[in-house]
Design a protein around this ligand. Structure first.
Ligand code: CUA
Length: 354
């Protein structure tokens, strides 16, 4: 829309010259939808999992109803504004004042009630469809524990513990494979949200919530915490990685292995076990059994550090261990005040934890 046209529209609205163009511009911005590639942004418009598809259908219906109402109201308003604008030949008197019409009053009471009722029914049905899905015996069970500010991921039946990246098998129409998530919190309320897979579900202290996902394509799905949980809430990112069944089996088998014991990084392992790292972190098959921080057994198999804050590269890992606060201020991991040599040794050890 050109500035001239905006100005012209604005001039149709006596005394409100600046607000009409502003309102129109705001409306246009609000309607701009970012439709990016599925793997690079969180996207509610490209559902790829049964619960997300149900939510998407209900949302489309709601959007369509709202769009029709918007067009009718906006159309009438525009028509009236133009048709009955003040003209030079006006006598300056008020037009006839008409009060009350039973038909009109009834119409604009009953119609919205009906519309809202239909939306309630559709919403209730969608919620029921998603929530009443029984867990098939072959479904994968994953426990997700929210922490300030990272995700603890446990596979009780597979004996796997990891963090921030939920690996699941992809589902296909011939052989559906559902993943049921048991959601808990270690501290405050968080919310698990991967828009392409399902709606949001809160992780609440002293309570267990359930949700399920069914990714229909292999690939990485991005998500994030959707409940304000402290200063780093916005950087409590999440990824769900769906694999073809064989790949998932391979991933699981690798994750079930104990931490690698590489003689070449003995010095680094000593640093790890002689500092308080072990109070918070676990490496399976060793004495490190801490649970306050992410399990490090297969640290280098993960794409990111600090729950999605930086890519998991040797440089970033070194910077993170040197002082996590420079990367994620407020994270509960302190600066361990290691010397450069200790830092090099420790990072060399961590790099072997594949
Ligand atoms: Cu966790 Cu917001």
């Amino acid at each position: 829309m050109t500035p001239r046209l905006l100005k012209r529209l604005g001039s149709l609205w006596p005394g409100r010259k600046s607000t009409l163009p502003l309102a129109l511009a705001t409306g246009m911005l609000t309607c701009t939808v970012y439709a990016g590639a599925p793997d690079q942004v969180t996207n509610i418009f490209k559902p790829l999992s049964t619960p997300a598809e149900s939510v998407y259908q209900a949302a489309l219906l709601t959007l369509a109803v709202c769009a029709v109402i918007f067009l009718i109201v906006g159309g009438l308003l525009t028509y009236t504004t133009i048709r009955f604008r003040r003209r030079a030949a006006d006598d300056g008197l008020e037009p006839p004042q008409i009060y009350g019409s039973n038909q009109i009053e009834l119409a604009w009471t009953v119609l919205p009630v009906l519309i809202v009722f239909v939306l309630i029914l559709v919403t209730a049905r969608t919620i029921a469809d998603v929530q009443n899905q029984p867990a098939p015996p072959d479904s994968l069970k994953v426990t997700v524990v929210g922490h300030q500010w990272w995700w603890e991921i446990r596979y009780p039946e597979l004996g796997i513990v990891t963090a921030n990246e939920v690996h699941v098998p992809a589902s296909d129409a011939a052989k559906r494979k559902l993943t049921f998530l048991r959601l808990e919190s270690a501290d405050v309320a968080h919310s698990f949200w991967v828009p392409q897979l399902a709606g949001k579900t809160d992780l609440i202290p002293n309570r267990v919530n359930m949700m399920w996902i069914e990714p229909k394509q292999a690939g990485t799905y991005l998500g994030n915490c959707a409940e304000y949980c402290g200063t780093q809430h916005a950087r409590m990112l999440l990824r769900v990685i769906a694999h073809e069944p064989d790949d998932f089996a391979r991933w699981a088998a690798a994750q079930q292995q104990n931490g690698v014991e590489d003689a070449q990084v003995k010095a680094g392992r000593q640093v790890f076990f002689s500092t308080s790292c072990v109070n918070c972190h676990a490496v399976s098959g060793t004495a490190a059994k801490g649970r306050f921080g992410p399990d490090l057994t297969h640290l280098m198999s993960r794409d990111t550090l600090g729950s999605g804050v930086v890519p998991n590269t040797p440089e970033k890992l070194r910077a993170w261990v040197r002082d996590p606060q420079t990367i994620k201020e407020g994270a509960l991991m302190p600066n361990m005040q290691l010397s450069d040599k200790e830092l090099d040794q420790l990072v060399a050890y961590l790099l072997t934890l594949k």
